[in-house]
Design a protein around this ligand. Structure first.
Ligand SMILES: [Mg+2]
Length: 351
């Protein structure tokens, strides 16, 4: 099996509402699609990957992703491919978003050539299972957040990932209004690193009475004292996202007891294989696991869904951003239950 071609194109799909979090705002996906062709026993097999940037959550800007991939592609063409993707060793090590797009496309193509789904390539013997995702409410006017929540509830969603940390008075008002409109709502807060431990704990005190499932990244990436304080005192599971990009980050979180769990994402860790390794290490250390994404189409979300299946499931599934897009992309799903099709590769049906 050898790599024949690598191409890139922008993937800018408009969003229904601006995606506003404590540290960023986007109105369309800021991704690059990576396509590869692999030749195996004289037959071509194509693979696709999504490299989703979300600056400053990712260091990389979308406008540098395609260049990063194209710079390394010539040295990879014609090289032999195996299921561990050894040809990517050391490649794009400081460009995790670009690397994740290329890695996903290669895994898709190799899995197609071998006639197996990607999760079976990642973890032989792994079996498909339904994944039940939450749905994200960005920071928007309270009445819009309520209307979105009511609409998502009608579509079957009961877990809401609510972005907080830009204005805590707004957060309190929005969460109270959503809880009134959707009485059986379960909430997962995500401050995207914006709060001090004291602010996070004050917010949690005011939200007693709501069903809170977890609080993701209350404090800054390197504020592990703050993260540990919220973990010890908050009364709700804390999930590290921005604080964990690699295994060394995970070790620090475990040592400092700075979270109960970790959010795995392809693009912050350089791909599905590194994300899977972090997930396995987190499990071994007794941490819970969330599978997540940036603002991605089904192409990128399917990549993480395969990682979740390879892990044997996840405690929290946050693979929802395709529901926030104004156009259907790569697959059709309705409601919170995502089941990968029984097809080789990623299993995407169109695009
Ligand atoms: Mg997050």
């Amino acid at each position: 099996m050898r790599l024949v071609s690598v191409t890139t194109e922008p993937l800018a799909i408009p969003l229904l509402d601006p995606f506003v979090i404590a540290t960023a705002r986007v109105d369309h996906t800021t991704s690059v699609r990576v396509d590869v062709v692999v030749e195996h026993e004289g037959q071509p097999f194509r693979g696709r990957g999504e490299a989703a940037a979300l600056h400053p959550v990712t260091h990389e800007h979308v406008d540098e992703i395609a260049t990063s991939v194209q710079e390394v592609a010539p040295a990879l063409l014609g090289r032999a491919l195996d299921r561990d993707l050894t040809l990517l060793a050391g490649v794009l090590a400081d460009r995790p978003v670009a690397r994740a797009g290329l890695e996903q496309a290669l895994l898709d193509a190799v899995a197609c050539a071998q006639g197996v789904p990607v999760h079976a390539l990642l973890a032989p013997g792994s079996r498909r299972m339904p994944l039940v995702t939450d749905v994200t409410l960005p920071i928007l006017p309270v009445e819009r957040m309520v209307a979105l929540a009511v609409g998502h509830r009608a579509a079957g969603f009961t877990a809401f990932k609510v972005k907080v940390g830009k204005d805590e008075d707004h957060d309190r008002a929005a969460l109270a209004a959503i809880a009134r409109a959707v009485p059986d709502a379960r909430f997962r807060l995500d401050a995207n690193a914006a709060l001090s431990a004291e602010q996070a704990l004050a917010l949690l005190r005011d939200l007693r009475g709501l069903t809170l499932e977890c609080f993701e990244q209350p404090c800054a990436r390197d504020d592990l004292d703050g993260m540990a304080h919220v973990t010890a005192e908050g009364g709700v599971p804390v999930i590290a996202d921005e604080s964990v990009r690699d295994l060394a980050d995970l070790e620090r979180i475990v040592e400092r007891r700075a979270a109960h769990g970790v959010n795995l994402k392809r693009v912050k860790s350089g791909g599905m294989l590194p994300a899977l390794a972090i997930g396995r290490a987190a499990r071994a250390a007794g941490l819970t696991v969330m599978v997540g994404a940036m603002v991605e189409t089904w192409l990128g979300l399917y990549g993480m869904a395969h990682v979740a299946v390879a892990l044997g499931g996840a405690d929290f599934v946050d693979l929802d951003t395709a529901f926030l897009l104004a156009e259907p992309t790569f697959a059709a799903h309705h409601g919170p239950t995502l089941e990968l099709p029984d097809l080789p590769g990623l299993g995407l049906v169109d695009g």
